[in-house]
Structures are given as structure tokens and as C-alpha cells.
Design a protein around this ligand. Structure first.
Ligand code: ADP
Ligand code: ASP
Ligand code: MG
Length: 401
């Protein structure tokens, strides 16, 4: 059987933890499996490198940032390879380039264009284990990175390319829970979850799997399992097609995203075309706008609210300068959180949304913005209430153990 095993930052975070990872790899190797390993940088390393760069410049050159950040994964892949060879397992570390990961040239958020898996296949043939540095690729002869959490994407892309039987994402929790188990202690582990629900949970803040990796796993039909390197005997959670899910609950999980900013524009002239112009320009600038709300116009004026990721606040402010005449009163609020309820069963059940609103009202939490889709309800609330809100939602749908 061919497996891609991906180990995240905490799993690779110390000498002891790397030895533990090597032990897990050895147990599969002993069974005779073909294995490709993908690793993240040691925990905290990517953030440490970003803050080092920021001590010289507030807006460092993105190509230089990619060169800098990619070093974290190269260090951990080499360390693991050294450790495995010492244990008698033939392994070799590969940078994103040597692993054949070709991307577009959008530094810091590059998309994978294609994979040339010749090196990986050749190494497997020679019974040498490739240890791939995650999160990175190359374009026009330069290193690129795939966005935060991007090692998950590297693992899925390689699994798809070499047609692996399984792609296992090892992290510090033993699977996908009904909500972040660090926030809600009675969160319950799910045996299975559909790609679509997982994609919504990831998009809406559950960083346990990077959302683009889930999207790609669905597209390439990669069998994905989330599990823990600290409890390798636990079975984990399988992310699979909707039709494979045995028991489909109405609500599968609650996500929370504390990294959103609410942009409020007040007294915008209420005439056709303004919203179109603003949102087209934001889209052109690559800003991911979510949860747009426009209030009913009064006296020819209206209010417009939307949210953007905290990481894009600088670009948003620059972009909004193009509309300084139309948008004189603009306010950026960082003290918000987005809480979301996700479940495929919402498609065919009524009353799911009203339950969420009741739960928050009963906890004295004011909802500022609501948006819904077929399988999710998202609500913007004050940031200091986010933990209470997640707990209240988790309780009302009886998701806990
Ligand atoms: P890694 O460094 O291994 O990639 P991450 O920190 O990216 O790990 O993701 C793992 C974390 O995701 C967990 O520690 C957990 O706090 C968080 N998390 C958020 N939502 C969930 C969820 N629904 N189920 C499991 N973990 C979750
Ligand atoms: N090291 C990168 C990050 O911290 C990529 C990853 O861990 O997946 O975002
Ligand atoms: Mg991660």
C-alpha cells in the first residue's frame, strides 16, 4: 500500500517529537508500505521567521519572504531524514522544487499548477523514502510558498499525483471534532465527515486542515485521514464523499474564526453601481470579502458592511482609498468573531437557523451580521463572546459527549 504521511509543526516541534514521528514511519515501513513523508516546519518557526523579517520592514518583499519561510520546512525535512537514516531506514529530504511542485508566481499564496513526480516515483522504486519539505514549490526558478497551513496541500497534491491509497495528516489532535476541542472540552470526535462539510469548517476557521487541501482532496478523490502523532493507535477521522457517510447528522460541527475584520461604510449614496464598483475593485486586489450586508436606504443613503481576513486589512485600506468620495464614513472593527454552524442535513431540515439565533440570544450574545448557505449559517458577534457562543451552539445541537 502507498501512503503519504504528513506531520505538522507540533509533531515535528522537538528532537523527541521528531524521534516519535520516525517511530510511526518505521511501523508502516516494517509492514512493507511505500511511504512518502511531508513535513511542516518545527512549531513556531514560521511565525518566528515572519517576525524577524518584520523587525526590518513592515512590508517585506514577498519573494524574499518565501525564500525565508521555506527554510523552516527544509530544516525539519533534513532533520527527519537524518534521524531515519540513523535508524536504518533509507530516506532523503527533498525541497519543494526537487519534489517537482510547480506553482504560479503569487509569492506567499502560490497555487500548485502541476507536479512532476518523477523524482518521488524513482526514489520509491529505489526503496528510498522521500521526505518532502511541505508548504513550498517553485515558479520561474524561484521558491514560492502555498499560504499558511500549506503543508497539508503539499501532502494531498503528492498523494493525488502518485495515486497513493491514503493521505494521513498527523497533528496534535486525534481527528476532526464537532468543534475545536481546545475551546470546548466536551467536543466529540467524528468518525467520518464529508469533503463539503470539512471544506466549510476549514474555510470558516477550523485550521485543523487547510481548506485548499480539502478542496483538492475532493477533486482528486484522495482518501484523507486526520489523526494524531501523539496517539498513533487512535483511528482518527476519515474525510470522504457524502455518499460514504453512514450516519448523517443535521449539524456536524461549529467553527470559529477570530481573524476577521468588519468593514462598516456608513451613508453611502444609495444609487445603482456603487456596491458593484467597490466589490469589483476589492476582488481585483485579491481581497477575500465575506458576509456582505447592505441596510435599507434612508434619505438616499445606505450602510454597507462586510468582513475581510485580518491579514488583508492593509490591502483593504489601500483599496478603499479609491472610494474616498463615495465612502466618507468608514470604520474598521477588529473586535469581532465569526461563528458558524455547518451540516449537510441543513439542506433538508428546517429550524436549524432559528435554533442558533435562540442559543445566542439566551446567552446574551448580540448577532451583528448573519449569512447563510445551503450547508452553513455564519454569524458575526463581539470577539470577547466567541468562546461562549461556540459553547452555546455546541450545546443547543447536542453535539457534545
Ligand atoms: P499542524 O501544525 O499539525 O498543522 P494545526 O495547528 O494547523 O496543526 O491544526 C491543529 C489544531 O486545529 C488543533 O490543535 C485544534 O486546536 C485545531 N482545531 C480547530 N478546529 C478543530 C476541529 N473541529 N477538530 C480538531 N481540531 C481543531
Ligand atoms: N509552516 C507553515 C505554517 O506555519 C506551513 C504549515 O505548517 O503547514 O503555516
Ligand atoms: Mg496545519
Amino acid at each position: 500500500m502507498t501512503r503519504v504521511l504528513k506531520f505538522g509543526g507540533t509533531s515535528m516541534g522537538s528532537v523527541e517529537n521528531i524521534k516519535n514521528v520516525a517511530g510511526i514511519i518505521k511501523s508502516y515501513k516494517d509492514k512493507g508500505d511505500d511511504i512518502v513523508v511531508v513535513v511542516s516546519a518545527m512549531s513556531g518557526e514560521t511565525n518566528r521567521l515572519i517576525s524577524l523579517a518584520n523587525s526590518f520592514a513592515t512590508d517585506p518583499n514577498p519573494a524574499e519572504i518565501d525564500t525565508l519561510l521555506s527554510s523552516g520546512e527544509r530544516v525539519s525535512s533534513s532533520l527527519l531524514s537524518i534521524c531515519l537514516n540513523e535508524m536504518g531506514i533509507k530516506a532523503i529530504s527533498l525541497s519543494g522544487r526537487r519534489a517537482g511542485i510547480m506553482t504560479d508566481s503569487h509569492h506567499t499564496t502560490a497555487k500548485i499548477d502541476s507536479i512532476d513526480d518523477t523524482n518521488i516515483r524513482q526514489l520509491l522504486k529505489e526503496k528510498t523514502m522521500p521526505i518532502v519539505a511541505g508548504f513550498q514549490g517553485f515558479a520561474d526558478d524561484k521558491v514560492t510558498t502555498l499560504g499558511r497551513g500549506g503543508s497539508d496541500l503539499t501532502a494531498v497534491a503528492i498523494a493525488g499525483s502518485i495515486e497513493a491509497d491514503l493521505c494521513e495528516i498527523y497533528t496534535d489532535v486525534d481527528g476532526i471534532y464537532t468543534t475545536d476541542p481546545r475551546i470546548v472540552p466536551n467536543a466529540r470526535k467524528l468518525e467520518q465527515i464529508s469533503y463539503d462539510e470539512m471544506l466549510e469548517l476549514s474555510n470558516l476557521g477550523a485550521k485543523v486542515l487547510q481548506s485548499r487541501s480539502v478542496e483538492l482532496a475532493k477533486k482528486l478523490d484522495v482518501k484523507l485521514v486526520s489523526r494524531s502523532s501523539f496517539a498513533p493507535n487512535e483511528t482518527g477521522t476519515t474525510i470522504t464523499r457524502e455518499e460514504n457517510i453512514v450516519e448523517q447528522p443535521i449539524v456536524s460541527g461549529i467553527a470559529v474564526d477570530d481573524d476577521q475584520i468588519r468593514v462598516g461604510i456608513y451613508k453611502v449614496i444609495d444609487q445603482p453601481g456603487i456596491a458593484g464598483e467597490i466589490f469589483s475593485k476589492l476582488a481585483d486586489d485579491g481581497i477575500s470579502v465575506d458576509m456582505i450586508v447592505q441596510t435599507v436606504g434612508v434619505d438616499g443613503k445606505t450602510d454597507l458592511d462586510f468582513t475581510v481576513p485580518t491579514a488583508q486589512i492593509k490591502q483593504t485600506k489601500i483599496c478603499m482609498k479609491n472610494f474616498k468620495d463615495e465612502c466618507k464614513y468608514i470604520d474598521y472593527n477588529e473586535n469581532i468573531s465569526k461563528v458558524s454552524v455547518v451540516g449537510l442535513g441543513m439542506k433538508s431540515n428546517t429550524g436549524v437557523a432559528s435554533k442558533a439565533f435562540t442559543a445566542l440570544a439566551n446567552s446574551g450574545i448580540n448577532i451583528r451580521i448573519i449569512s447563510t448557505s445551503e450547508i452553513k449559517i455564519s454569524m458575526i458577534i463581539d470577539k470577547d463572546k466567541s468562546t461562549k457562543a461556540v459553547q452555546a451552539l455546541h450545546d443547543i445541537y447536542k453535539l457534545g459527549i
